[in-house]
Ligand binder design. Structure first.
Ligand code: PLP
Length: 380
């Protein structure tokens, strides 16, 4: 019997990260992780427990609890007025669902979606499922994966319906500078093009909090959530925030995808916006900075290879181009019991690089880099 899926998912590939994880030996050091290893802050866990103990855990409204939407709107208004209201917010099951329902609600067959190369793997897949055509602007490796104005403006055409920005970026950790965001807004001004701005890593910056495109462009829909900033990946709590009218369409799509985000996670999420919750994020940020330095020093000492270390998130892009294709290198390194993610998983621009995550304990980072050095020296 041949069981064929629908046309729309026939060409969608399984994530390269998953394939590697499936082949890894037990006891491997995981520098491939896309999540912080910190416990979720206590105040958030306590809020969930006391809500569960109250006993009644029903549906919430489709867009989410008004109190949480209020907190989210206030968070995005910080430092930039009072543009967002609770009706500007649709709370979803993680940022992943937010980007899925936003793209599905706003673009379809005949539309182009302009994506960064390299980009977080979900984007090309969702563009395909939505029946759109993915086109790319390049964040060139030879310029340290920084935003390239020329490539961006060449990428915008009359077929472009939606533009995706990911800042800080997964996989490169690079941030799009304020002046470049202004440039993007100027490029798109007067058009009907929506910007989907993925800001899931915004609170995990190294020196300065990244600017948001929503300060310059009003057809921007921001995707964010608590997964990274509160170490809450398993709670599945994210959101889309933007113009109220657009969010109504997004909420309709979300209603038929999942009704509402988990009520327990939403109640817990309210506690994340307290002073104590924000303090927990600041502490994680501090620790991640320290781990970034540990990884950079270990690379300088053990590997002496070029790398790109961005202004946010928790990834370093290691240049392994002289050792072959990045997926072969990553595969060979599994033998040394160290997991990395090949840059090729994120697009042609990052081939020749490995994405290394410094979201794990400093001693494991040091040992992981030693294993990479051993693996690379052994195979050359
Ligand atoms: N956007 C980016 C850039 C990510 O890296 C991730 C997760 O790795 C997501 C969105 C999804 O986040 P969530 O766990 O909230 O669904």
């Amino acid at each position: 019997m041949t069981l064929m899926p629908a046309e729309r998912i026939r060409n969608v590939k399984k994530s390269a990260t998953r394939l590697l994880f499936d082949r890894a030996y037990p006891g491997s050091i995981n520098l491939g992780l896309g999540e912080p290893d910190f416990p979720t802050p206590e105040i958030v866990r306590r809020a969930a427990i006391s809500f569960i103990e109250e006993g009644r855990i029903g549906y919430t409204t489709n867009a989410g609890l008004p109190e949480l939407r209020q907190r989210i709107a206030a968070y995005h208004n910080e430092g930039s007025g009072s543009r967002f209201t609770p009706d500007s917010v649709c709370i979803t099951n993680g940022a992943e669902e937010a980007l899925f329902v936003v793209i599905m609600a706003l673009a379809g067959p005949g539309d182009d979606i302009l994506l960064p190369n390299p980009a977080y793997i979900a984007y090309p897949a969702i563009a395909e499922i939505a029946g759109t055509t993915a086109t790319y602007y390049h964040m060139p490796a030879e310029r340290g994966f920084s935003f390239d104005r020329e490539s961006f403006s060449q990428g915008v055409t009359e077929r472009t319906k939606l533009v995706v920005l990911v800042s800080p970026s997964n996989p490169t950790s690079r941030v799009i500078a304020r002046e470049d965001l202004q440039f993007i807004a100027e490029c798109l001004e007067g058009s009907e093009i929506y910007v989907v701005a993925d800001e899931i890593y915004r609170e995990l910056y190294i020196d300065a909090r990244p600017s948001s495109i929503s300060d310059f462009y009003d057809k921007a829909i921001i995707i964010s959530g608590l997964s990274k900033m509160m170490s809450m990946t398993g709670w599945r709590l994210g959101w889309a925030i933007g113009h109220e009218e657009v969010i109504r369409h997004v909420t309709l799509m979300h209603q038929y995808a999942s009704t509402c985000a988990s009520a327990v996670s939403q109640r817990a999420g309210i506690a994340a916006f307290t002073d104590e919750g924000r303090k927990a994020t600041a502490e994680m940020r501090e620790e991640l900075r320290r781990r970034r330095d540990v990884m950079a020093r270990a690379i300088d000492r053990e590997l002496k290879l070029p790398y790109v270390s961005g202004e946010g998130a928790f990834y370093i892009m290691l240049d392994v181009s002289r050792f072959g294709a990045s997926d072969d290198v990553a595969m060979r390194l599994l033998e040394e019991r160290v997991i990395t993610v090949p840059g090729s998983a994120f697009g042609s621009e990052a081939d020749g690089y490995l994405r290394l995550s410094f979201s794990i304990d400093a001693s494991l980072i040091e040992e992981g880099i030693r294993r990479i050095a051993k693996g690379i020296l052994r195979t050359t």
